[in-house]
Design a protein around this ligand. Structure first.
Ligand code: ADP
Ligand code: MG
Length: 504
């Protein structure tokens, strides 16, 4: 085959995180080449390197057999490479035609803009790609899927030969996904090369000629998408063998969950995002939720705490109906929510750790009780010790701490409220392996103390090591439930990709 783009020995680190380790593979002219891997596998980093946005620590990029030195966005463009980001680079107030040919205004010598000619060219491109829109339409009248396609057409009009798409279907509905698949086929028909990132195996099987799998920043292999390639095989390559026990404090003991239902969600629904989600959490249980992007899992995590409105759904805490879920009623009922976004939720980054830790204490003792500074300090020090937070003093501001220590601080604040039930959303996202292990140990200690935990996570090894059960979501619904003893990344990923229980 005609190797168009070659990646040789690319490595990239962000601080302590090695996002890519010695990755090499090549893309042929005119193919649709998919990049497949779990969250955090390094797909986006790799594609940013190919578009010149990120500079690798090692390795080289070879285009048409020649190494391009000091690769950067301008050189990528000159080599015919275009990237379509998830955050589209469109001009919302302008017309479709002006977005497809943004440079048309500059090209017209003499300052005379031949609008009709520009629109005619835009229209022929729109027709070529089977779109049903007019060049004069304003961009903001289009759906997100249509806007995305217009951005792709701009790359075509600019004569780009390789188009990089990073999870282009994550925000689209099924109809828009189908439309985009059609556009990608037409790009291929025009001889344009497409590098397509996704973690959705179904789409990849449908659209790609070859698939390159990344796992934990490393190259796993490149596979031709012919009749002999199976989805299960790809799932296996993508998740690999179970991670070694040193990374995750694997849960060895049997479950200690009781029969008592402490938290129950019935029939939660929201138009286009969640459909009929029901589940029950037992005392002493760690219940996990997993879903690929767009599965609805993230919406569920927010709806059950009243952080996002639901169209329907009933919530029961220890058998008692909570009419209007929200932190104002759930915190007093013993339910806490631990957010995944340390920067925007929960932590006062510019107030001393002391004030942060004292927040729940102040709330509890505010009924006329006098709290002195000494009490606050000893309360804070107790948690700093218990959670092993590395901090020079209680007066330090959280913004100066590492992500892991910030997260442990969030944990401490949460525990200060003495909850019985904790809902955690990505409790260890973006923190180092050591702090991750510590947080896992805290979670397992909590259930030994009789608390109950719901964990929403995109990391399957985390769920497997922590949970008694994992609810797997796909297409807005709970697609299956996997139980301790019968859990594997393959099983979870298969359900998340829409396979029924009997098929795996
Ligand atoms: N700007 C960044 N700073 C620090 N870490 C990063 C940055 N970008 C990515 N990472 C880390 O690099 C790894 C790979 O990320 P990414 O390429 O986004 O994966 P994917 O797209 O496959 O989900 C992850 O561990 C991620 O947290
Ligand atoms: Mg990504």
């Amino acid at each position: 085959m005609n190797e168009f783009l070659e990646i040789r020995g690319i490595s990239k680190s962000y601080g302590m995180v090695q996002a890519l380790k010695d990755v090499s593979f090549s893309v042929s002219r005119g193919e649709v080449h998919a990049l497949l891997g779990e969250n955090g596998a390094g797909k986006s980093t790799l594609i940013k390197i190919i578009s010149g946005e990120e500079v690798p620590n090692a390795g080289s990029i070879v285009i048409n057999g020649e190494e391009v030195r000091d690769f950067n966005p301008a050189r990528a463009t000159a080599s015919g490479i275009a990237m379509v980001h998830q955050e589209l680079a469109i001009f919302e107030n302008m017309s479709v035609g002006d977005n497809i040919f943004p440079n048309a205004n500059f090209l017209k010598g003499g300052g005379f803009i031949n609008q009709r000619k520009a629109d005619r060219e835009a229209k022929s491109l729109i027709d070529l790609f089977g779109m049903n829109i007019s060049p004069r339409q304003k961009m903001d009248s289009l759906t997100m899927g249509q806007q995305q396609i217009v951005e792709i057409l701009r790359c075509v009009s600019a004569g780009r030969e390789i188009i990089l798409l990073d999870e282009p279907t994550s925000g689209l509905n099924q109809e828009e996904v189908n439309k985009l698949m059609g556009i990608i086929r037409r790009l291929k028909g025009q001889g344009i090369t497409v590098v397509y990132i996704s973690h959705r195996i179904g789409e990849i099987m449908e659209i790609s000629d070859r698939v390159t799998v990344l796992r934990d920043g490393a190259y796993v292999g490149t596979y031709v998408n012919d009749a002999s390639l199976s989805e299960m095989e790809l799932i296996g390559r993508m998740v690999g063998r179970e991670l070694s026990g040193t990374l995750y404090s694997a849960r060895t003991e049997d479950g200690i969950a009781t029969e008592e239902v402490v938290f129950e969600a019935r029939d939660f629904s929201k138009k286009n995002s969640v459909s009929g989600v029901s589940f029950a959490l037992h005392r002493g249980e760690v219940l996990g939720f997993f879903g690929l992007e767009g599965s609805g899992a993230n919406t569920v995590s927010r709806m059950i705490y009243g952080l996002e409105a639901a169209d329907a759904g009933e919530l029961y805490i220890k058998g008692k109906r909570i009419k209007k879920p929200g932190p104002d009623v759930l915190v007093p009922a013993g339910v806490m929510y631990l957010n995944n976004n340390r920067k925007n939720a929960g932590l006062l980054l510019r107030s001393p750790a002391l004030d942060n830790l004292a927040m729940p204490l102040l709330k509890r003792l505010s009924d006329g009780l006098f709290i002195n500074r000494g009490k606050m300090v000893s309360h804070a020090e107790k948690y700093i010790g218990e959670f092993n937070i590395v901090i020079p003093s209680v007066y330090q501001q959280p913004r100066n701490l590492s992500g892991g220590n910030q997260q442990k601080l969030m944990f401490s604040i949460c525990m200060g409220n003495m909850p019985e039930i904790i809902i955690m959303n990505e409790p260890t996202r973006g923190i180092d392996v050591g702090a991750k292990g510590e947080i896992h140990r805290f979670i397992l200690e909590l259930i030994r103390k009789g608390l109950s935990v719901i964990v929403f996570s995109s990391e399957m090894p985390e769920l497997i090591s922590l949970c008694d059960r994992v609810m797997v979501m796909a297409k807005n619904r709970i697609a299956g439930e996997v139980r301790k003893g019968d859990m594997s990344q393959e099983k979870i990923m298969a359900r998340a990709s829409g396979f029924a229980a009997g098929e795996v």
